[in-house]
Write a protein that binds this ligand. Sequence first.
Ligand SMILES: Cc1cc2nc3c(=O)[nH]c(=O)nc-3n(C[C@H](O)[C@H](O)[C@H](O)COP(=O)(O)OP(=O)(O)OC[C@H]3O[C@@H](n4cnc5c(N)ncnc54)[C@H](O)[C@@H]3O)c2cc1C
Length: 433
Amino acid sequence: MRRDLFRHEHRALPPSWYAASVPPRVPLPPLQGARQADVAILGAGYTGLSAALALAERGFKVEVLEARRIGWGASGRNGGQVLVGYGCEVDTLEAMVGAADARTLFDFSRQGVQQVRERITRHGIDCHWIDGHASVPITARQERSLRGHLDTLVERYDYPLQWWDAATLHAQLDSPRYRGALFDPLSGHLHPLAFVQGLADAARAAGVVIHEDSPVLALQRGPHPQLRTATGSISADHVVLAGNALLEGIAPELERRMMPVGTYVGATPVLGEARARALIRNAMAVADTGWVLDYFRLSHDHRLLFGGGASYSALPPPGLGQTLQQRMWKVFPQLQGTGFEYLWGGYVDITPSRAPHWGRLTPDIYFAQGFSGHGVAAAHLAGEVIAEAIAGQAQRLDVFERLRHKPFPGGRWLRMPLLVATMAMVKLRDALG
Ligand SMILES: Cc1cc2nc3c(=O)[nH]c(=O)nc-3n(C[C@H](O)[C@H](O)[C@H](O)COP(=O)(O)OP(=O)(O)OC[C@H]3O[C@@H](n4cnc5c(N)ncnc54)[C@H](O)[C@@H]3O)c2cc1C
């Protein structure tokens, strides 16, 4: 398996404010021996657990194999922003599948956010949901692009976005950095690790068996596919591959169409309620729209959680903490001198188009990847859509399968340098406004 961005014990969750702010859990026993299930799932993040829960609720016998711990991947470490839409804009979807399917896909993503809210309520998951998200432009070019996005989504997609001018934004966000905001009242934010652990508890209560510390070493394809670990195997009628950016060596045709990119989050010390709420008065989540975006929100214990940066190797970039801190101080100069008490990272799985890549490898093997940094709601949706397809209703998955994905140019070894070159050009364009 690929080494994590920060060294740590595999059996423990990666150190983060998230891991420090949930109660400790006893690890679930690894897989032992040969087992049978209706559905075997690789990966206990949002995708795998959402599919597991939806399938168990429909009466399927489901077993999940997790290499490390529940929520060990991106689902336990992300920025917590629960967003309508996908990693690409609707224009990209329209170019790929036409206006009608793009609209359908966008509406599915609205259902995804709604499902997240419903699951939290139905299963009593204590994950600190807060409404509201602002996309904020730094440059004139970014503002033009966001305003174009607003027109498209309001006029053609009936989506209730609002444009806030600089004064309206500054009444909520005490930062001099932005020109206005595209405010989305239906998106929001939550504690991502508490959410994924709550999903796991709901799935187990519905009868799902989860094996932790059980890395899948091989996928056997065929009419009764099998997932194998060092200590056992699960044969099933259906397999779901939900390993996201960490899936390595199991299905090369998926890996070629996705690239892991490191991104990072820092948590300040507790600021106190008054100081924290002075930064973001309505407590919404915020993200800018640069290529290497900054994304931030308040935690329920009144810290600022500030995410950003990107790396293209398994190692964190040198001086990561200082760089991220400088970025935070640019947004909130009043925090000058405040650093991070926690700092962690993880991989996002990007596709060349940033559109989601979900579908079937064979009639019995399903997968979802390519969330492109936009996966809290979308991965949850992917699990539901795959569960429906396994239960015989593939209409929603069929629409996703019409998004065709090319491999990254340059293949496995050159995809990284080529992306870095593209990034440099886009950064320059951003800097020129
Ligand atoms: C730092 C960071 C910030 C982010 N911020 C946001 C955000 O604010 N908003 C947003 O919408 N999205 C965000 N994302 C993206 C989002 O977190 C992901 O798209 C989403 O969590 C993907 O869920 P998943 O279940 O598909 O994958 P994961 O959560 O990565 O789960 C995959 C699981 O599969 C397991 N696995 C892999 N290979 C094997 C194997 N061979 N055998 C057994 N198990 C295996 C892994 O251990 C892992 O637990 C962020 C991601 C990161 C890393």
